[in-house]
Design a protein around this ligand. Structure first.
Ligand SMILES: [Zn+2]
Length: 176
């Protein structure tokens, strides 16, 4: 009997099966609930995480929806403001660009001039002088001191030249 018992206990199949059953029993009574509750905890945690993130998402999109009209209006105002600045810059550039326009040949005479600020704060033509268009020398007593060309009767009146210069500035045609 003892040898039979001993034989049975030393049988690897008996030991293997027995320990497996014992393991399952131990697991059933002491471990399974813990494992199950652990798995349940993980599932709950994941579910909570998903629910939380969904809640946050909903909150964010709600805030976004509330802020959206303000953002759009703000963006439009910003674009319009930037456009007005650009337009103003262009106008200023256009207004001051004529200051480099300081000579023009009208007819047979080259005219040169400066600009001065008048009492109304406007830039006006000043110091209008006559030059020979060929040698760019100032005309003295209707004559060019260099090529001796005579300019008698070739001058336009001062008012006519001012009118022509003003017209070229106003039409932005500043090529000589
Ligand atoms: Zn000349």
């Amino acid at each position: 009997m003892t040898t039979k018992k001993h034989k049975l206990l030393s049988n690897p199949w008996f030991i293997g099966t027995g320990s497996s059953i014992l393991g399952v029993i131990i697991l059933e009574y002491f471990g399974l609930t813990k494992i199950l509750s652990s798995i349940w905890s993980v599932i709950k945690w994941i579910a909570n995480l998903i629910a939380d993130s969904f809640h946050i998402k909903v909150q964010v999109s709600l805030w976004f929806l509330i802020l959206l009209p303000f953002l759009v209006v703000g963006l439009i105002v910003l674009i319009l403001w930037l456009m007005s600045i650009k337009k103003k810059e262009k106008e200023v550039a256009k207004e001051s660009s004529f200051l480099d326009y300081k000579e023009h040949q009208f007819g047979d005479v080259l005219y040169r001039w400066d600009y001065v600020l008048n009492y109304t704060g406007k830039m006006v033509v000043d110091n209008l002088t006559h030059y020979c268009p060929k040698c760019k020398c100032m005309i003295v007593d209707d004559n060019c001191p260099v090529c001796h060309e005579n300019f008698y009767n070739k001058f336009k009146s001062h008012d006519e030249i001012i009118a022509l210069i003003t017209h070229h500035i106003e039409t932005n045609n500043l090529n000589k």
